[in-house]
Design a protein around this ligand. Sequence first.
Ligand SMILES: [Zn+2]
Length: 133
Amino acid sequence: MKRFYYCLKCSTHLNPGTKIILTFVAKCGQGLILFSPQPGNYSVIVSEATRFRQGEVVQFCCPVCHADLTSSLNKNLAEIGFRFPEGPDGRVLFSRRYGEHATYFVTKEEARSYGENAQVYSQVNFFGEGPKD
Ligand SMILES: [Zn+2]
């Protein structure tokens, strides 16, 4: 089932083809970056001149409205929306740190994590609720 990804600010559909298209700002400059829409697939496509440094925090932006996609829940995560043609809406949060593999698909009902570093953000409250005791 195809997931639609979109910008939470301007609602632009970010995967019109087979990849999610974002822009990035990094130490080496800025450019376009294509992500796999498949959870847990961390292969990306960037221009040959792009050299991310291991561990550097990359800024991701919407290619249309240029909004900074940094999550308000944790500044090391970026956030976009997703929806299924028939199914739940949610948010995808993913690590901004190059080489860190942590992705979360969050709907009203659940938060699913992907990536071998997913436990790094296990303390983040993805549902935005106050602490329960
Ligand atoms: Zn946008």
